[in-house]
Design a protein around this ligand. Structure first.
Ligand code: IDC
Length: 355
């Protein structure tokens, strides 16, 4: 008969205790995420100590953004949801932005204005268009006052190609680049996510029609161009970047549960080729803006972007009931956010931004 030593009671007890000790020590070894406490109070910060006060107007140098003394500046931002929705525009106000600056570690706000979806800028009434311009104005003036950067995002989505509303885009960028020519904190994102098979060639030709319109008024402003396939194919753009203009950047977007290593590889390929990349939209959830989070993949993304000094903006400052929302759907505040108002995505983000 074989000696069935593993059935020995004493052996089993010892084994179980040893395993418990191993588990306990491995748990102790884990970094315990400090839960960020939010007071919801705004701070009085002298202008010289604000992000814009410190870095001033940004410019592109190599693959990075640099400030007035040539120092690398990494934007850490939050995007609004569509400002044409009640899940988007209410959060565009000074208190809300000040909270993000003072307690969330945010130095940049991205103002997402859908061009077509949900009564977007190009398909809505004149009265609604005026309201959208008013919301943008609030965002620009409040960020300037708080010493933050702001990205004005022409949010192409279901319209697929920026060519569809190119005429309206020209008019819009003419208006805003003129109005904000003295606002060094404004960056322009001229097409959120071309998709539906829109080629890089098409996007380039659109960009070449918009950039001169902006440059006419605002000679140095940063212009961010979307890339094919929902702003994933920065590697394609890197093969044939836009020439003849300074201060042009290229957007990469990721939703970490969907876009994993192969997408990070494309991004790194572009950076290694010297393309100035900026991540103007991301979340840890799926590309639908909902579903499960993959924080490991999100961390891998942020560490890649950190390694190259690339900035990023999280989608979105909203209480809409979906995983990407940084606020809980139960949150009724539109400013003065407390710990209990932020979603688990919001908590995670603030931990990343403030560590
Ligand atoms: C999503 C919103 C969702 C809305 C939808 C509209 O989170 O509430 O119903 O748009 O189609 C993007 C887009 C961004 C998407 C987001 C999540 O830029 O507009 O927002 N996403 O799907 N690209 C990849 C993911």
């Amino acid at each position: 008969m074989r000696n069935e030593w593993w059935k020995n009671r004493w052996f089993r007890r010892c084994f179980a205790s040893a395993m418990a000790v191993v588990v306990l020590f491995s748990l102790l070894g884990q970094p315990v995420a400090a839960k960020v406490k939010l007071t919801g109070k705004t701070k009085s910060v002298s202008y010289a100590d604000t992000p814009y006060g410190i870095h001033g107007r940004l410019k592109v140098q190599g693959t990075k953004l640099v400030g007035k003394n040539g120092e690398t500046v990494q934007l850490k931002g939050v995007s609004t949801h569509g400002i044409n929705w009640d899940v988007g525009y209410p959060y565009v106000n000074g208190t809300s932005f000040a909270n993000l600056r003072d307690e969330w570690g945010v130095n940049c706000i991205r103002v997402a204005m859908y061009t077509q979806d949900y009564n977007g800028y190009c398909v809505t009434s004149d009265a609604e268009r005026k309201k959208l311009l008013k919301t943008i104005d609030t965002a620009v003036k409040q960020t300037k006052k708080l010493g933050m950067y702001v990205i004005l995002d022409w949010h192409v989505l279901n319209d697929q190609t920026p060519k569809k509303y190119q005429k309206q885009a020209k008019q819009f960028f003419k208006t805003v680049s003129k109005k904000y020519k003295n606002y060094g904190n404004v960056l322009y994102e001229i097409c959120n996510e071309p998709n539906g098979g829109t080629s890089w060639g098409t996007i380039k030709s659109y960009a070449k029609s918009i950039i001169p319109v902006i440059r006419k008024n605002s000679k140095k402003a940063i212009v961010i161009v979307g890339t094919p396939n929902w702003s994933q194919d920065v590697d394609v753009a890197a093969k044939s970047p836009i020439t003849g203009y300074k201060n042009i950047m290229y957007a990469v977007h990721f939703y970490a549960a969907t876009h994993q290593q192969s997408y990070r590889d494309k991004c790194e390929t572009a950076l290694k080729k010297g393309l100035p990349v900026i991540c103007t939209e991301f979340s840890a959830c799926e590309a639908s803006g909902d579903g499960a989070y993959n924080f490991d993949s999100a961390k891998a993304w942020l560490s890649l972007l950190d390694q190259y000094g690339v900035g990023y903006c999280a989608w979105s400052l909203s209480n809409k009931s979906e995983s990407a929302s940084l606020l809980k759907s139960s949150c009724r505040r539109t400013g003065g956010y407390k710990t209990s108002d932020v979603s688990s995505m919001g908590q995670w983000l603030i931990e990343q931004y403030t560590k």
